[in-house]
Design a protein around this ligand. Structure first.
Ligand code: SAM
Length: 251
């Protein structure tokens, strides 16, 4: 690994993430899995890229026996957190996970809610490596019967599954193209974003020593703008986009 750190969006770009992505359907999935696996027991969780804390607060409120920690490298989002005695906030990057927590630290549940695609370095291969590394580091902090929960966008190519992932990465991470890409609506222009196909997510998960205990697919996104849909198909090779939930345990 090089010494290069994960790129960070600027404050203006980060402000757009002051929202909550887990809606009613996604919450139903999480609630069922927590109830099946922790059945009223006390559990500790880590919310990686937990930002403004809305998701963590929901877990803390619904499960009064739980205790949570958020790690996020954006102070502008962490500062929005409501105080809670059962919540710890850490201003740090996911790369520092294993330096921050002692060997003995264990979490029963580790969340990556739409965070992994933001772990971006200057090249595609370094970016893929850091996504894998983040999962490996999270795995090492997991209790024996713990789970990792991932919500992610799934970008499959029409014919070549991985092609949209490469194209979107190169276009959004280019500093030269940033003004054009920003005009085209990409909030991550100049920094980069690394969405993956379903098989790339599965490969990375398996490679990190984890198994998918349950996968939930959500409805395909429908862009009502036909022109934009056609352009995305022609220039970015993007098929129908959706998001999915991976519930992982140790192998
Ligand atoms: C799309 S937002 C998702 C926020 C929240 N998890 C949710 O679902 O609403 C991505 C989050 O990942 C955080 N993030 C990006 N890079 C990070 C890094 N290297 N270490 C920790 N957090 C990071 C961002 O600051 C942001 O809060």
């Amino acid at each position: 690994m090089t010494n290069e750190v994960i790129r960070q969006l600027n404050d203006q770009q980060l402000e757009e993430f002051n929202k909550e992505y887990v809606g009613a359907l996604e919450w139903e999935t999480i609630k069922n899995l927590i109830e099946q696996n922790f059945q009223g027991k006390r559990f500790s969780f880590l919310d990686i890229g937990g930002g403004n804390g809305i998701f963590t607060d929901r877990i803390l409120q619904n499960y009064p026996e739980s205790v949570g920690t958020i790690i996020d490298n954006a102070s502008i989002l962490l500062e929005l957190n409501k105080p809670n005695l059962r919540k710890t906030l850490l201003l740090a990057s996911v790369e520092e996970l294993n330096n921050i927590f002692e060997n003995s630290t264990e979490f029963d549940l580790i969340f990556f809610n739409w965070a992994l695609h933001h772990f971006v370095k200057s090249s595609y291969s370094e970016t893929r490596k850091i996504q894998y590394q983040a999962l490996m580091n999270a795995r090492s902090l997991l209790s024996e019967n713990g789970y990792i929960s991932i919500f992610e966008n799934i970008y499959d190519g029409i014919v070549f599954a991985k092609l949209p992932s490469y194209l979107i990465f190169y276009l959004t991470s280019s500093k030269i193209l940033a003004p054009i890409i920003k005009k085209m609506g990409a909030n991550t222009a100049g920094c980069g974003v690394c969405f993956l196909s379903k098989s790339q997510w599965e490969y990375t998960i398996t490679d990190a020593g984890l198994i998918v205990s349950q996968y939930t697919d959500y409805k395909k996104w429908k862009d009502i703008n036909i022109m934009r849909r056609i352009m995305r198909r022609i220039f970015l090779h993007i098929g129908p986009v959706r998001h999915g939930h991976f519930w992982l345990s140790k192998k």
